[in-house]
Ligand binder design. Structure first.
Ligand code: IPM
Ligand code: MN
Length: 360
């Protein structure tokens, strides 16, 4: 029996996780895999119920599970809350509490959707990138941090910090992943200005010696942001820190047509957590229009990385391919003037395609 903790979160979170859980249930049904899903509260939902974005019992639930599925957190309702009482803190504490230091964000272009990308088809057709984002360090967690008033002026500060062990372990994840791909790692930093990332570059270069069969290139983050839209097919694995990875993965999502297509896996020393890379999209919440495919594809990553089933991971991807081949589109990936379907219908279509598929 595999225990899956499900945290729907806020905004569109409940809708997209419901669709993805439907897909996971179908896999369990078809494969005979025994799955026990238990829901917990995180983010704004937890703030409303318990006054804490990650109540003790939510962390306990996550720690007791074999894998975690998360929707999204945040919303305008909590924007004016102090930092510790923001929904995002729930997610960040969950990542830290589960020691999920390695965030894998595959950027795969679906040929059926090349016309949805703001870039020309010939630029994006061959894109197949894996962003390996460090997830438990950097300026997200560094101290000191804070705000105060000095000489009548409001100030704010944060600390970008990495130690060599944190860099080494995420670098190894990237080089390992590259071995199963095109054997290229592009490490992204700002070593021309920031000491933290000079150390990053040094340590990544040392780790590269353990992987002589993988080619390493270093790139400054400003250039990387440009190269991602100038010539994205040059990249195989992009290795970078928490903040640069956050920014570059949103940028890279546009190569695929929609951020609604990008799943992620957060891995560390124990169980993994799986979530779409997008946010809670409060503007479309509760309207059955959000694209659930990023979350469905996150379930595929869960099957691969936490549930030991590459076969069913592939079947879920195959089912997504089938629904796209059939021309089914949520609003974010529909061409202008073409009818779209809702969140629920998209989830059900993936389930139907799975059931028609050959099994793993
Ligand atoms: C992401 C999100 C989060 C992040 C937010 C919600 C804290 O943007 O997963 O990319 O910044 O990591
Ligand atoms: Mn982000």
């Amino acid at each position: 029996m595999k225990k899956i903790a499900v945290f729907p979160g806020d905004g569109i979170g409940p809708e997209i996780t419901a669709a993805a859980c439907g897909v996971l249930e179908a896999v369990a049904d078809l494969s005979g895999m025994e799955i026990d899903m238990q829901q917990g509260l995180v983010g704004g939902a937890a703030l409303e119920a318990h006054g804490d974005p990650l109540p003790e019992e939510s962390l306990r639930l996550a720690l007791s599970a074999d894998a975690v599925l998360l929707g999204a957190v945040g919303g305008p309702k909590w924007d004016s809350h102090p930092p510790q009482l923001r929904p995002e803190q729930g997610l960040l504490r969950l990542r830290k509490g589960l020691d999920l230091y390695a965030n894998l964000r595959p950027v795969q272009v679906w040929p059926q959707l090349v016309d949805s990308s703001p870039l020309r088809p010939e630029l994006v057709l061959d894109v197949d990138i894996l962003v390996v984002r460090e997830l438990t360090g950097d300026i997200y967690f560094g101290t000191p941090r804070g705000t105060d008033i000095q000489n009548g002026l409001r100030r704010g500060w944060n600390t970008m910090v990495y130690d060599e062990n944190e860099i080494r372990r995420i670098a190894r994840v990237a080089f390992d992943a590259a071995r199963g791909r095109r054997r290229k790692v592009c490490s992204v930093d700002k070593a021309n200005v920031l000491e933290t990332t000079r150390l990053w570059r040094e340590v990544v270069t040392e780790v590269a010696e353990e992987f002589p069969d993988v080619a390493l290139e270093h790139m400054y983050v400003d250039n990387a942001a440009m190269q991602l839209v100038r010539c994205p097919s040059q990249f195989d694995v992009i290795l970078t820190g928490n903040m640069f990875g956050d920014i570059l993965s949103d940028e890279a999502s546009q190569l695929t047509g929609s951020i609604g297509m990008l799943p992620s896996a957060s891995l560390g020393s124990g169980r993994g957590m799986y979530e779409p890379i997008h946010g809670s999209a409060p503007d479309i919440a509760g309207r059955d229009v959000a694209n659930p495919l990023a979350t469905v594809l996150s379930v595929s990553m869960m099957l691969r990385h936490s549930l030991g089933s590459t076969g069913w991971a592939n079947q879920v991807e195959e089912a997504v391919r089938t629904v796209l081949d059939r021309g089914l589109r949520t609003a974010d990936i529909a061409s202008p003037g073409v009818a779209s379907i809702g969140t629920r219908a998209m989830g059900e279509s993936v389930v139907a395609a799975l059931r028609q598929g050959g099994g793993a």
